[in-house]
Design a protein around this ligand. Structure first.
Ligand code: ATP
Length: 226
């Protein structure tokens, strides 16, 4: 479903602080499956998922989504494609402070042109699916860590994307929260979603619902299993 062909990414090219974040990465990510990108800090996991999710352009190489080359699309097409295809759970969740749980979940839905009332209904339903009906109108900074995690996942799902990308979703979460994330991931997979998760947490890389693990080292693919 996502094919990466000889992807490289260099930050600050030609400057003293040049970084080769990814070097010649070629990879296929299966649809309707859960793939984990593993590897130590700085190995290029976040850069890779951000290229897969069309948030960052590669310096060279090609990204294909369902057979279509997307890496060369103009920015405005890319933005539309990204919004409809991907849901993102960002590192540290990146919720917007000062607004409520439901307002955070609604945010990615506004550009899709749904009425405010329909969007709110959808966001409230998603929060209820995750047991947060009593937190809908609470500001996110008043929520617990586990609640924040579930609001972030609900936000990623508001446009009903086919592919959910989660960047280190369980970093610094306790055992119960990790189990909760895995239960939600299993449910999404059962509903035909594609999940791409970066993690160096063995509780995630070794979880039974994981279909494949791609290990990165120094910006290169070190191992693909199975
Ligand atoms: N915007 C940027 N500008 C310059 N260098 C960057 C940028 N983003 C990432 N890098 C560098 O690229 C390399 C890979 O970073 P990346 O965040 O992709 O790794 P990671 O495996 O996700 O790390 P972590 O697990 O710590 O999040 C690192 O050396 C990082 O410093």
């Amino acid at each position: 479903m996502i094919e990466l062909d000889d992807i490289s990414k260099t930050y600050n090219a030609g400057c003293p602080n040049e970084v080769h974040s990814l070097c010649s990465v070629s990879l296929s990510i299966a649809g309707r499956a859960m793939t984990v990108l593993a590897g130590p800090s700085g190995s290029g996991k976040s850069t890779l998922v951000s290229i897969m999710g069309c948030l960052t352009r590669p310096t060279s190489g090609r990204v294909r989504l369902n057979g279509e080359t997307v890496s060369a699309l103009p920015q405005r097409f890319l933005t539309n494609l990204r919004r409809r295809t991907f849901g993102f759970v960002f590192q540290r969740f990146n919720l917007v402070r000062g607004i409520t749980a439901v307002e955070n979940v609604m945010l990615p839905g506004y550009p899709e042109g749904l009425s405010h009332a329909r969007l709110r209904t959808r966001a409230v339903e998603l929060l209820a699916d995750f047991g947060l009906e009593h937190r809908v109108d609470h500001r996110v900074e008043t929520l617990s860590g586990g609640e924040v995690q579930r609001v972030a996942i609900a936000r990623a799902l508001v446009n009903d994307p086919d592919i959910i990308i989660a960047d280190e979703p369980t970093a610094s979460l306790d055992r119960e929260r990790v189990a909760q994330f895995l239960a939600i991931a299993a449910d999404l997979k059962a509903r035909g979603k594609t999940l791409i998760v970066t993690s160096h947490d063995p509780r995630i890389t070794g979880a039974p619902i994981v279909d494949g693990v791609v290990s990165l080292a120094d910006g290169r693919v070190a191992e693909v299993s199975p």
